[in-house]
Design a protein around this ligand. Structure first.
Ligand code: F6P
Length: 342
């Protein structure tokens, strides 16, 4: 059996560990032959494949990025796209199925291709941790660690100057990175997309912390909206999926906080630093296990499903379970953190 592996959408620490896990288990236990697919669905459409042996994946668990490259290509677009063309391309290269590692957009495409008769199985990936049907996705823990480390640093310089520090983290639709890094770093207020707040509410917590002699730390997700704001802040145009490119709400909040509270305030946007570099040990283990189980799922012919984390077990769920609704931060989790504000 010959299987193609691809990584698609935004990259994320741990992608290489999944590839390694799948190739090691697949070759040694099931005698599966693997090919790497370059740049996500773009490589499927263009037939851009290369042999992926045990040798190519050695030492990969600790490395960031993806050795396969990635793109936000839609496999149904372009003259060579669509299920019929892709089916011919795969047949021409004797490829029997695809392991697609990606987030919501990738899994939606995988679901559609599977329904159109192409054997695809999925591995969930997102630093935002916004996918349903998996308790955690790899990359999230690494992002939280990077953000926490950055906030620890912001707090020491904030303390020296008695400034309010605003740290903006990723999180397009959900506030998991902000919530976890904010709790870990001892933030005085955490602003997430699920819970719009007014600037006055934010400033109240900032002033409370300042009055206690603390240098306030405000953590904000890129997708946060102030009460009454219809859409998340964006001044960078659209991405390949025509979604607004986010980032910059921290820079909007900082001067407002300074104006209202009178406390000197600085903003730092962490951006893609959260997606780069080596995966944490937790993410290496999770990603490796997902890769191992993806090889098992290929062997069992479990197409149309994705491997996912439930508690401490890796299970299989239909694509449909992962799509549609997002894994948002529940109110009770926000309320837990809110008890620490101010
Ligand atoms: O979906 C993950 C994510 O990191 C979001 O948090 C962020 O809005 C987006 O990707 C950034 O994408 P790009 O790398 O295309 O700028």
């Amino acid at each position: 059996m010959k299987i193609g592996i691809l990584t698609s959408g935004g990259d994320c620490p741990g992608l290489n560990a999944v590839i390694r896990g799948a190739v090691l288990k697949g070759t040694t236990t099931y005698d599966i032959e693997f090919v790497g697919i370059r740049d996500g669905w773009r490589g499927v459409v263009d037939g851009d494949f290369f042999p992926l042996s045990r040798h190519e994946v050695k030492g990969l668990a600790k490395t960031g990025g993806t050795i396969l490259g990635t793109s936000r290509t839609n496999p149904y677009e372009g003259p060579r796209g669509g299920a019929e063309n892709i089916s011919k391309t795969l047949f021409g290269h004797r490829i029997d199925g695809i392991i697609a590692i990606g987030g919501e957009g990738t899994l939606a495409a995988a679901d559609r291709l599977h329904k159109d008769g192409i054997p695809v199985l999925g591995v969930p990936k997102t630093i935002d941790n916004d996918l349903r049907a998996t308790d955690y996705s790899f990359g999230f823990d690494t992002a939280v660690n990077i953000a926490t480390d950055a906030m620890d640093r912001l707090r020491t310089t904030g303390d020296s100057h008695q400034r309010c520090m605003v740290a903006e983290v990723m999180g397009r639709h959900v506030g998991w990175i902000a919530l976890h890094s904010g709790i870990a770093a001892g933030a005085h207020v955490i602003c997430i997309p699920e819970k719009p707040m007014s600037i006055e509410e934010v400033c109240q917590q900032v002033s409370k912390a300042h009055d206690r002699g603390r240098a306030p730390l405000v953590v904000v997700s890129e997708g946060f909206t102030l009460t009454g704001q219809a859409e998340a802040y964006s001044d960078k145009g659209l991405d390949a999926f025509n979604r607004p490119r986010l980032g910059g709400i921290g820079e909007v909040l900082a001067p407002e906080i300074e104006r209202i509270t009178g406390i000197e305030t600085r903003a730092t946007v962490l951006g893609h630093i959260q997606r780069g570099g080596s995966p944490s040990a937790f993410d290496r283990v999770l990603a490796t296990r997902l890769g191992l189980h993806a090889a098992d799922a290929v062997h069992d012919g479990a197409w149309g499903q994705m491997v996912s984390l439930k508690g401490t077990d890796i299970v299989r769920v239909p694509f449909a379970d992962a799509l549609g609704e997002l894994n948002t931060v529940p109110l009770y989790r926000y309320d837990e953190a809110a008890a620490l504000f101010g």
